[in-house]
Write a protein that binds this ligand. Sequence first.
Ligand SMILES: Cc1cc2nc3c(=O)[nH]c(=O)nc-3n(C[C@H](O)[C@H](O)[C@H](O)COP(=O)(O)O)c2cc1C
Length: 226
Amino acid sequence: MKIVAIHSKKTGSTHAISQMLLEEIRRLRPDAEVSEFSVAGFKPCVGCFSCFAKGEETCPHYDSVHPLITAMEESDVVVLDSPTYCMGMSGAMRSFTEHLGYRWFAHRPHPAMAGKIGVAISTTGSMGAGGVTKALKAQFFGLGMAKYFRLGFAVMGFDWKDINPKKKARIRRVVRRTARKIAAKSGKAKRGVYLRLILWAMRFVQQRNTWFPLDRQWWQDQGWIK
Ligand SMILES: Cc1cc2nc3c(=O)[nH]c(=O)nc-3n(C[C@H](O)[C@H](O)[C@H](O)COP(=O)(O)O)c2cc1C
């Protein structure tokens, strides 16, 4: 079982909960191989459309984003975490996820994503973590992944070491339950009907795709269209 955890940063409550999840999964599956990355300092997409039109390797940020995208494609479980900032995800995580666009189902979805599990993690002072995990889940859906878990917590504080121990224990229980589900589902997850329907309909769009020939070529190379 391979897991990639992509963190907004290497400190804070959100990171601590990601580590808690990795620890719980490792306890259940000692064979789990975990790779971790931080997107702190990542540059946002410049909107050049180069990844769509000329290939992802022409992206000005290819060197920083490519190793993470490769790790996602090679893992069974993908963890994305972000604190809640002004009711949204961190700028760093947004900067990273913007670079996933060419792998969305309307472009060049990677076939390896089909059986993968995504875990979206966020903490907030009081409000907004649900919106952040929902936005991260949308990334998993766009990438064509099979199953998603959302872990959003209102920690009522700004330093993990000061968070109420009762709250931490409750978080641990929820995280443990999710780890059990992930360990049981890993390698067996299947896409839902809605996503399969979208991918099926997308074949007709790609057959007529004259705007991004690289995308159409990808669909042909995968054997999804003639
Ligand atoms: C710039 C900034 C914006 C924030 N915005 C919100 C917010 O919209 N709602 C909220 O309840 N807490 C907000 N908070 C509090 C954080 O979401 C909360 O402390 C979170 O647990 C921080 O996660 P971290 O420890 O992983 O950095 C904000 C904190 C910062 C620094």
